[in-house]
Every structure is written in C-alpha cells, then in structure tokens.
Design a protein around this ligand. Sequence first.
Ligand code: TRP
Ligand code: MN
Length: 447
Amino acid sequence: MNRIPQTGARAAWRSLPAAQQPQWPDQVALREVVADLSAAPPLVLAEECDRLTERMAAVAAGEAFVLQGGDCAETFEGLTADAVTAKLRTLLQMAVVLTYASGVPVVKIGRLAGQYAKPRSQPDETRDGLSLPSYRGDAVNGPDFTERARRPDPARLRRMYEASAVTLNLVRGFAAGGSASLYQAHQWNRGFLADSAEGRRYEELADGVDRALRFLQACGCDPAGLLEAEFFASHEGLLLDYEQALTRTDPRTGAEYATSGHLLWVGERTRGLDDAHIAYFAGIGNPIAVKLGPGTTADEVLGYVDRLDPDRRPGRLTFVVRMGAGRVRELLPPLVEKVTAEGARVAWICDPMHGNTVQTEDGRKTRRFDDILDEVAGFFEVHRELGTHAGGIHVELTGDDVTECLGGGDRVRAEDLHQRYETACDPRLNHRQSLDLAFRVAELMKA
Ligand code: TRP
Ligand code: MN
C-alpha cells in the first residue's frame, strides 16, 4: 500500500537531481516509514508558520532582529530535558540582551526540533583502508565507524519525527508555561557561571529589566505578552523524503506547508537553482531561507528571488550569509545591491560560523570567537553603507560549558579543546561565549 502523494506540484521535485540524499539500502522500509509519516499529525501548524512570516516581514522592513541558534547537529542521545532547557535559557538570555540594548523586537528561532540531518563533503569515509558511508546525522545513520552504525536506516526518520515532537513539546511548555516570562529573566542565569564577567553583566541587565517591569506595573500596565516568549523552530530541509512526508495542505487556503518546523532553510551544498531542493521549497508556504556561501553569484541570488518568492511576499524569503570574516565586506555588497534593485523585500541574516571553521594542529575543527565577531561586524558595516538592514544572526551554540570554539568570554585555548569537545558535527559556542556574543552584537546594533 502506498499512501504517499506522488502527483501534482507537491512532488515536482522528484524528477530533479537531489544532492546529499542518503543511499537507503532498504527501499521497502523507507516507503513504509514515509507512508507512516505521511499519515502522522503535523509538528507545526500553517498558521504558526504564517505568524513567523509576519515577524520576518518586520525583519525585512528593518523593524525587528532575528536570533537563530542551536546545535550544528542535534542527536537522539543529546535530547535531554537539561540540554534542551539550557539551550532555551541561553537563547532567551541572548534575546533579552539584544532587545534591551537595541529596543528592537527579537524574533527567536531555535535551530532545533528537527536539525538531525547533515550534508557531507564526502559520501564515504575511509579509515585504515576501510571505507564506510559518512555519518549524515542521526536522522540517517550513527556516528560510530562500524558497518552497522553507518548503514542508513529509515527507522531513524521515525525517531527524528518523535525526537522533534518531544523537543517541540518542551519548547512550547517552556515558552508558554511561565518559564520564559520576562519576570524570570534572572532565573535563566541560574546554574550558569554567574561569577563570570558575562554572568555579572547579564545580572545587571536583568536588574534593569526588573526595574522596567516594576515601573510598568506601577503604572497599571501589565501586558500578557511579557509572560510568554514567542519561539519558533527551524532546521535545514535536507532530507526530501522526510520533508515531503510531512508536507500538509492548509485547509484554510489549500496551500502546502512543510509541517516539520516553522522555518526551513536550503543549505549551501543543496542550493542548485534547478535542483530538487529549490523546487521543493518553491512549493511550500513556510517562511524559508537560503544559505549563501562565498561562491554565490548575483544571478543565483536573483534566481532564488524569482523562484522562491515570485510574489515578493515580505518575510517569505531570508538569505543567510556565510562568507567568512575575511570576505564578507567584499562579497556581500553586490548581492545585497542586486536584490534591493530587484524590489524583493528579503531579510538578511549573518551566519558567522560556517565561513570561519579552521583545523587545529591535532586536526580538530574549531572556530575563533574573534573571527565570528569580525564577520558579524563586517556584515553590519556592509548594511550600514548600503542603507539596508542587518537583520539578524544565525549561530551554532549550546547551553552547556563545552570547549569547542576558541576565545570569547571563556578564553578557551587550543590546548583546552579536548576537555569538553562534544559536538556531533561543527564546533558550537558555549553558554558564556554565546552571552558574550549577544553583548557584542547588541553594541553593533546600537552603533
Ligand atoms: N512576548 C515577547 C517576545 O516573545 C516578550 C518576551 C517574553 C520575551 N519573554 C521573553 C523576549 C524572553 C525575550 C526573551 O518577544
Ligand atoms: Mn554546522
């Protein structure tokens, strides 16, 4: 039995080349999982996605700022209440720092509840003469270098769906259940290093938030919006079988939505204009993003505008730029100028992580806090010069005290990296480094 909708615009991408898709050895098992997921409840609703599009329209108009962050790759093992809560608290702390400093609303988007699949530069990995499929994220296979672990297993797609649902459940409870109330701003720092410079700086800022709240209350003003945080979920829409299985028709309008997350992005490795990913994204109504690396041409960018946002709907399309600290000042201006001239109202976001990955002498992937900061600074400079809006940041971070990136508030040194290097993929900012970055970006926003 095959309940997978294969016809119509929905599946137009199926006839196109799709980069970075796993070679599933068991096609029957794949079809079964996809059929199950096609009948499963959606993880997010179309109206929530539309609300995010509205928020992103404010970003595109220069009236709001995006904070998008979370792990490079989520893992099933890493899905614990503590880990998710620490990530949420970190993001809320950063959001409060950015909002308080800039007076601009911050759109909070987690890189979570679905970030389980990774594109890889090589399909296979060879160690001591043995070649096995590369690890493509927990949605596909396991990280251990054994034949069994590396074999792509469609049952993992079901686990991805379940893990995403569990994570979203925590996120929704945290965001709406009182924990994310602005009256809790001090609590988000609890258990983190309160005696660090960033921790103290945050405590001072939270005091200011408290005073402002007491003032408002004294004036008879106590809006309900203070008690709940608005929080959205995003991930790279990489595995098209999974995304297609979770695509649903919005009964209000008949439009199709990816219901695996509010915002999906197309990665740097799958953004071929005539390829399957762009075709799939063209067919969904969600707010979407495209990652742009240093090789991006202006024609490609105009192509994305034409195909992904033909109606020029503000908030529909976001470009996440990851050029590298050394190149953003030179490569970004022509792209922004062309898009602006085209009349598209897109949001521009800076991913200062992926263009700044380096290897240490002992072969570990890491990133220098100063390079990250420099790329964000360059991104702001470009927009200031062009009179456009630096719309936000997209960062890889965790609420834990890992040692994966160098420098920042934590002054992590190369010889410290081994202490807590736990990422399943790229190096993440730890809690202190994340807070430090938020304070620095807040200064850029004020400048
Ligand atoms: N509801 C508003 C928002 O989500 C204000 C808010 C409540 C908030 N809790 C927050 C803002 C935590 C930042 C962080 O933006
Ligand atoms: Mn990454």
